[in-house]
Write a protein that binds this ligand. Sequence first.
Ligand code: ADP
Ligand code: GN1
Ligand code: MG
Length: 368
Amino acid sequence: MSVTEKQLQEVLTGFEFPGTPVLQGVYGNGHINHTYLLHVMEQNGNKKRMILQQMNRSVFKKPVEVMENIMGVTSHLRRKIVENGGDPERETLNVLLAKDGKPYYVDSCGEYWRIYHFIEGASCYEQVESEEDFYQSALSFGNFQCLLSDYPAETLHETIPGFHDTKQRFANFKRAVEADVMGRAKAVEREIEFVLAREQDAAVLGNLLAAGELPLRVTHNDTKLNNIMIDDATRQGICVIDLDTVMPGLSVNDFGDSIRFGASTAAEDEIDLEKVSCSMRLFEVYNNGFQKGCRGRLTGTEIEMLPMGAKIMTYECGMRFLMDYLEGDHYFQIHRKDHNLDRARTQFKLVADMEQKWDTMMKIVKNK
Ligand code: ADP
Ligand code: GN1
Ligand code: MG
């Protein structure tokens, strides 16, 4: 997905800017889309920042549907935020329309581009710096689910089919191991074994959903810490971003993905596995914030399954990283050799650690 300067300049001609756009370069640490920072110079001399993104078309096969979801969800959120006396310019994503009125621009190579207004005075974090920030992110993700609880779920497109269907992902993983297109399987037998040994876990949440014991809700599905902006002044979670995967899903998965990333004592791609563990203190902090943010809407089974959500999201993510490694690193952006393998290893270390700490996690979620 390499992009030329000429292509970028063409893209800028596609949007209606309130001034002259000047490209600043690549931005952020997302693994999926290509993100750039723009400065827009207004006539009065003010500078406005914007986020330009090339949507990843091999991940999102139907970018128009992704943007339909985003426009629907953000206008719903905007209405609720206004009703609650909040600031809709900062508390939800705002899309800059293209000259033809569409929320995206298709360039002459067929690539899809979108622009968001920059959320100023707030930051994204790659790792938890204070317990309070993590608590605030939990409140925000819980609240996000609450705000969308009356969203007409049937109008949402499934932007990635089976995104958190862990059982299906397990079947895909096994096929990737058998095909071994890069000849990498031999060197990672231990990691492959780790995944295969937990086949039964892969089906647990899907079975509960099928049995009607877990409700389907409108969820975010990618709740890692760097998908939330924390206000620099108030330190409150101000805006949930990265709405590409908002779809019907399980609230325990939203909880779990946040734990996977934020309650780890090390970075997602840490090489020294000694440093990687699941902090029970951070698990507790996040649990308190999330349950509060959900305002009593979680059912007894959902609460009981929160630790399972944490384990399964971590296991699934590790399996996805390892599968991408086996298939030649075409899904997640990598920045060094064996990057996906390093990421997979941290996830498996976390899963093993959670299995050790299972009783503690169960006690924490039930005590709240
Ligand atoms: P990806 O799907 O690749 O993770 P994101 O939509 O999460 O892409 O964007 C990548 C990063 O860009 C975010 O982690 C955040 O740092 C930054 N970002 C995205 N949207 C905004 C915004 N509206 N305002 C400020 N920063 C943003
Ligand atoms: C991707 O887009 P980003 O970087 O926020 C991925 C998530 C993974 C995560 C692992 C659409 O999230 O599912 O959990 O990487 N997003 C997609 O860090 O696949
Ligand atoms: Mg992101």
